[in-house]
Ligand binder design. Structure first.
Ligand code: NAG
Ligand code: NAG
Ligand code: NAG
Length: 182
């Protein structure tokens, strides 16, 4: 019995540290992608990432829940590994000079509620986020394009409708023509 409890606790510990390792590796990649990286962030070791400026971790398992590096005049890019921060809810990157794309891995984060990347110099296309996520990318980012939205689907439906209507009117007209000729 005691052995079983011991093994169970050990398993929990291993799972917890594996999860934490994921955040640790991700934070190192995120830090390395910024040029320059935020002051007191390391690009060598992310051992203490929970203590980095603007990083908030939850108390139980040391996973990042909030990232705020707004207004630090940072350049560089947003590492796609940011998408490994499995518990992160808020990501504030606004008012910097970040370039490159908004990683689509961000859109796959299950807990994300708000992402602010406004006033940067990002490019590419905004990935598709869940509706529940508040995504702010304007003002700024003149090179960043909106997703071709459902507006496109609407014009497609509209076009099909017009073709149908023309077909219907043409058919009606032919029939009318035939009747009057007889
Ligand atoms: C983010 O950090 C900046 C200063 O570093 C602060 O002014 C701002 O209130 C913070 N935003 C949030 C949502 O915590
Ligand atoms: C971005 O960089 C330009 C020039 O490199 C600088 O003038 C500007 O203040 C920077 N913007 C921010 C928000 O750091
Ligand atoms: C934004 O990026 C473009 C091209 O990458 C560059 O020419 C421009 O100077 C940048 N603007 C700022 C404010 O950094």
């Amino acid at each position: 019995m005691i052995m079983r409890i011991f093994l169970f606790s050990l398993a929990l510990l291993v799972v917890a540290s594996v999860v934490e390792q994921g955040d640790r590796a991700a934070m190192l990649a995120v830090s390395r992608a910024f040029q320059p990286h935020p002051r007191r962030w390391s690009t060598i070791s992310s051992f203490a990432y929970c203590k980095w400026r603007g990083v908030t971790c939850n108390h139980n398992n040391h996973l990042v829940i909030s990232l705020n590096i707004s207004g630090l005049s940072l350049g560089g890019t947003i590492s796609p590994e940011i998408g490994h921060l499995s518990e992160v809810q808020e990501v504030y990157l606004q008012n910097n000079n970040l370039t490159g794309e908004v990683p689509s891995s961000l859109a796959a984060l299950p807990s994300l509620r708000i992402l602010d990347v406004s006033n940067n110099n990002l490019s590419g296309v905004v990935p598709e986020f869940e509706r529940s996520v508040k995504v702010i990318y304007r003002p700024g980012n003149p090179l960043l394009k909106d997703r071709p939205s459902s507006g496109k689907a609407m014009t497609e439906i509209g076009r099909a409708f017009i073709i149908l209507a023309i077909g219907f009117i043409a058919g009606f007209y032919t029939r009318l023509n035939r009747r009057f000729r007889i």
